[in-house]
Write a protein that binds this ligand. Structure first.
Ligand code: HEC
Length: 161
């Protein structure tokens, strides 16, 4: 008798744990692994109807004078942004809304950030771009590992949490 009760409990617990794993899995399905620089450039080139050289030149300009318009309402871009953040940034900065994993890394995003972006506009956005691109103290530089457009995508993404 005791054994049967125990077995039922084990089954109930396995069912509940299975449910949790599925729910967590669903949240993480909503992101993509970051693409390499080459793959990103060729994907964006085909979308914009440019050849690879034109796309590379266009991307280089994004480090200087141009701030691209990137719409996170676009499901494909949003999944990519989640993927980049979770793979490259959250190891130090943590999950949005939670404590950073690396104590010296500041928590990113939130109201202060959105307010700053609103008041600081392009200058503030450019400042954030530069930190991600060139790094600062313990913050690694991502230029070369990510396209400039991917870095701008992160600037936008930080506004969404
Ligand atoms: C190895 C850990 C590490 C990783 C990975 C990392 N950061 Fe950082 N980040 C830091 C630290 C530490 C600082 C604080 C730098 C300083 O001393 O000013 C920082 C600062 C920043 C700042 C400036 C915040 C402010 O308030 O001035 C931004 C923006 C930022 N990181 C974005 C990112 C993004 C986006 C990624 C992923 C592409 C990322 N970081 C990956 C450690 C990291």
């Amino acid at each position: 008798m005791e054994g049967r009760v125990l077995r039922s409990w084990v089954l109930v617990m396995m069912y509940l744990l299975g449910g949790c794993a599925t729910t967590l899995g669903a949240a993480y399905q909503d992101q993509m692994k970051p693409e390499t620089v080459a793959r990103w450039l060729s994907w964006r080139a085909s979308e914009a109807g440019r050849n690879l050289d034109e796309q590379s030149l266009w991307d280089q300009r994004l480090a200087q004078d141009v701030r691209p318009k990137l719409d996170l309402g676009d499901a494909g871009l949003a999944r990519r942004a989640h993927g980049i953040y979770h793979q490259r940034c959250s190891p130090c900065h943590g999950t949005p809304g939670q404590k950073p994993n690396l104590p010296i890394a500041p928590a990113l995003g939130g109201q202060g950030y959105r307010f700053g972006m609103l008041m600081g506009g392009d200058n503030m956005a450019r400042g954030i771009f530069d930190v991600i691109s060139k790094g600062r103290n313990q913050m690694p530089a991502f230029a070369g590992q990510m396209t400039n457009e991917q870095i701008w995508l992160m600037v936008e993404y930080l506004r969404s949490f």
